[in-house]
Design a protein around this ligand. Structure first.
Ligand SMILES: [Mg+2]
Length: 365
């Protein structure tokens, strides 16, 4: 092969519908399955993989609008492929499934590029740190006390001392669940809560004061993150030690810039499986640095690990549903030790391989 020219030979997309362990709910939504939109891109005798947790429509969009368009382009020119995809989806709108489709492809391209060079993605990008802190995330609003306790024990077995629960259905129950977490941990944990936009701004401000007294340090999406003005209002007024956080619905750099510029959050969340892949994520992390606003990754821990170690993100979300999927369906998925994840440098790319035989029963259509 000519040096630094490897053409995209084939783009293959599939989707897997995977039931959650039990029925799950947060402050504004409930669900019983997760769909993994999985992309393989081949070129130069190697195959890169990427994915998003998204609707099946994302897989259709990849098939119908992106696969052919990027076939034949140079794998090493990821920015060029990225702009080609952004132009391709122009009339559909950049946000939502369009961006999730681009994300799955972009992450597969980075995986392929690193594999062609036979190095791990973190080494291709350049390391900043060799491991990254993770926080255990789940604590669904419909969980019984026993389910909550069992999940806390799982996080404790990974040495995690930061945990996040969902809130927003019933304020009295929320407080008692926070107190239970303090009890399970003997008061020695950092508690994060996520309302998924369940509150109005005055309610959210009132609860944040209560949560601060209970030792909560992270209050995610107290109001809808679409409402930047209310988010900013709460961020300005919330008492320490609470940080207001949001960003999981950021689908492009313009969104992150607006949130940062308005200083609507204390900590920005970014999700590479939604925002446009590693390419857009790295731009957003750099942008956040110019505002001195820390970044934490949202969901899909195995996908984010290498980029997290190559950048100054403060920690990663270790989301229960995705932990289960990645552990059960991917070779190379890493579990935390003493509250940290560390990439396996001996595996090229992002170090993951789908266990196709195990995944087959979940194949969607
Ligand atoms: Mg959230």
């Amino acid at each position: 092969m000519e040096r630094n020219i490897v053409l995209v030979k084939h783009v293959h997309v599939s989707a897997y519908k995977i039931p959650t362990q039990t029925f799950e709910a947060d402050g504004t939504l409930d669900w019983d399955h997760t769909i993994l939109v999985y992309v393989e891109i081949s070129g130069g005798g190697k195959t890169g993989i990427g994915y998003s947790y998204a609707s099946y429509a994302t897989a259709i969009l990849i098939k119908e609008m992106l696969s052919e368009r990027i076939t034949g382009m140079n794998v090493f020119d990821i920015p060029s492929i990225g702009y080609q995809m952004i132009h391709a989806i122009r009339n559909q709108g950049r946000d939502g499934i369009s961006s999730m489709a681009i994300s799955a492809i972009d992450t597969a391209l980075w995986d392929l590029k690193a594999k062609l060079l036979d190095i791990s993605l973190v080494k291709l990008l350049g390391s900043l740190k060799e491991k990254v802190a993770v926080y255990g995330s789940g604590g669904f609003t419909n969980y019984s006390d026993q389910q909550l306790e069992d999940q806390v024990k799982l996080w404790q077995s990974f040495g995690m001392n930061k945990i996040k629960i969902k809130i927003g259905r019933n304020a009295i129950e929320d407080e008692s669940r926070i107190l239970k977490l303090q009890k399970y941990y003997g008061g020695k944990t950092e508690i994060f809560v996520d309302a998924n936009g369940a509150y109005l701004k005055k309610e959210a401000l009132y609860y944040s004061k209560r949560f601060a007294e209970l030792g909560v340090v992270w209050f995610e999406e107290p109001v809808s993150s679409d409402d930047i003005d209310s988010l900013k209002y709460i961020t300005e007024k919330v008492p320490p030690p609470i940080n207001i956080t949001a960003g999981e619905y950021g689908y492009n750099l313009f969104y992150f810039n607006r949130m940062l510029k308005e200083r609507a959050v204390d900590i920005l969340q970014i999700d590479a499986s939604r925002c446009g892949g590693f390419s857009e994520m790295i731009k957003a992390i750099n942008l956040a640095e110019t505002y001195n606003i820390p970044v934490s990754t949202h969901c899909a821990p195995s996908l984010h690990l290498h980029v997290a170690c190559a950048t100054n993100i403060i920690h990663m979300e270790y989301f229960f549903d995705h932990y289960k999927i990645e552990k059960e369906l991917f070779d190379g998925a890493i579990t935390p030790v003493n509250g940290y994840l560390k990439p396996d440098y001996s595996r090229p790319g992002i170090g993951l391989e789908l266990k196709k035989k195990d995944a087959e029963k979940f194949l969607y259509r």
